[in-house]
Design a binder for this molecule. Structure first.
Ligand code: HEC
Ligand code: HEC
Length: 387
């Protein structure tokens, strides 16, 4: 009997001891994790980028500049900023009379209430025809070095005429659109204030719209405030997400600078060759075989507002996008080649997309960080259209 009691006692003591040990290690691990996050928080919110941990960049040396604030916007020498020009551009941006049906304005697909996009997978335009690409935001477009997913416009001035003439978008000849604006009396004084005289030309229309677009810039986001020293504004997950973005998840190879894009064209393996949704990307413009399936690296500022995501709007949630990167997108073989105009073309996915094996927690942290790049939605009243 005595023996049995001692055995029970010994067992009890061992279990308690083990339990204590275990609790201590988890407790210590949590403490270690927390102190790591605290250190990151101090470094990243120090206001001094030289104190940040080193980023992990691909050995192929992608175009890189550190993430941070958006720099001051530069206006081109032949289209300098004036308040009058920007406000004329804003009116034109909202004016559906630039379209064939007099129903579709730039703002129809680039709506400020929807992150300056239309929040649709693919845009529809004239006669409700469906386009083949997802509408990009015009927020912060001043920092884009070329326009469109495939870079087919070199400047915002060139770009502005294209949707007007696009048969599936605004469906109007630019000269006829210009004539319609010429005939609206109320525009005369606006052009005079913006350009010094009343002459209305297609180039002036484009210049005014481009000037307006260069003023659509994000105000400081929670990210900007955090790196400026507002130390407690980030949750632990957001701090970890920022760190992962720059290190293990290697997003920084492409989404870098204050614009969160290095303006380079990259192949993410999303061109779906030989399928109905095939999109040859930059190849359509350059006809360079190595450009098949390349798209301009998009900005990640305001990213929570501009879904669905990618050139074809194929991702409904940011969680899906992060999952895609975590697997390194093992692009199915059947989508990697096509015959186009008699030429065989292959999609060569970037080597920078590789298995990252992010944990569930890390994926959530990355997503939390992406959320801090967005600013609150604004709902500006549309301008009064001249008569
Ligand atoms: C029918 C919907 C629709 C209309 C109307 C429309 N857009 Fe777009 N916009 C899009 C789509 C879709 C894209 C991406 C197209 C592509 O890459 O091929 C785009 C891309 C852009 C871009 C490129 C952004 C970047 O980051 O490269 C700019 C700038 C732009 N539009 C401005 C305008 C202006 C200015 C107007 C009016 C003159 C206009 N859009 C009218 C749907 C539209
Ligand atoms: C090799 C360069 C590269 C790397 C690395 C990269 N991206 Fe991208 N990213 C792109 C390109 C190119 C696109 C557009 C592809 C398309 O439209 O099919 C894109 C699109 C996106 C989009 C959708 C944007 C939109 O407006 O629709 C998100 C979100 C995104 N990336 C987040 C990330 C995150 C998070 C990481 C890190 C885990 C990452 N990216 C790593 C090149 C890259």
């Amino acid at each position: 009997m005595k023996n049995a009691v001692s055995w029970v006692l010994v067992l009890f003591l061992t279990v308690t001891l083990l339990n204590n040990c275990l609790q201590n290690t988890t407790h210590q691990e949590i403490k270690k994790k927390q102190s790591f996050i605290d250190q990151l928080r101090i470094a990243y919110s120090s206001g001094d980028i030289s104190k940040w941990p080193k980023p992990i960049l691909d050995p192929s040396k992608p175009a890189f500049s550190e993430i941070g604030h958006l720099p001051k916007v530069e206006f081109p020498a032949d289209n300098l900023y004036s308040e009058e020009k920007a406000s004329l551009g804003r009116v034109l941006f909202y004016d559906p009379r630039l379209s064939g049906s007099n129903q579709i304005a730039c703002a129809s697909c680039h709506d400020p209430e929807l992150g300056w996009t239309d929040n649709r997978k693919l845009s529809f335009g004239h006669d409700r025809q469906l386009g083949s690409r997802n509408a990009m935001t015009i927020m912060n477009v001043a920092y884009a070095k070329s326009l469109f997913w495939d870079g087919r416009a070199a400047s915002l001035e060139d770009q502005a005429k294209m949707p007007i003439e696009d048969m599936r978008e605004m469906h109007e000849h630019i000269d006829i659109a210009t004539e319609k604006i010429v005939k609206i009396k109320g525009y005369e004084s606006l052009f005079e204030k913006a350009f010094g005289d009343k002459k209305i030309t297609k180039d002036r229309i484009a210049k005014a719209i481009a000037t307006f677009e260069r003023t659509v810039i994000s105000p400081p986001s929670r990210f900007d405030r955090f790196i400026d020293g507002d130390k407690e504004i980030y949750t632990n997950d957001e701090v970890m997400g920022l760190h992962l973005f720059r290190t293990k998840a290697q997003c920084m190879n492409c989404h870098n600078s204050g614009y969160f894009s290095n303006n380079v064209f990259e192949n993410n393996g999303t061109s779906l060759l030989s399928s109905e949704e095939e999109d040859l990307g930059q190849y359509l413009i350059t006809k360079n075989k190595s450009d098949v399936g390349k798209f301009r690296v998009p900005t990640l500022r305001e990213i929570t507002k501009t879904g669905p995501w990618m050139h074809n709007g194929s991702f409904n949630t940011l969680a899906e996008v992060i999952q895609f990167y975590s697997t390194g997108n093992p692009e199915p073989y059947k989508y990697r080649s096509t015959v186009h105009d008699g030429t065989t073309l292959n999609s060569e996915k970037s080597d920078m997309l590789k298995l990252l094996d992010l944990t569930k927690e890390e994926m959530l942290q990355l997503e939390a960080f992406l959320g801090t790049l967005s600013t609150p939605v604004t709902r500006p009243a549309p301008p009064k259209l001249p008569k």
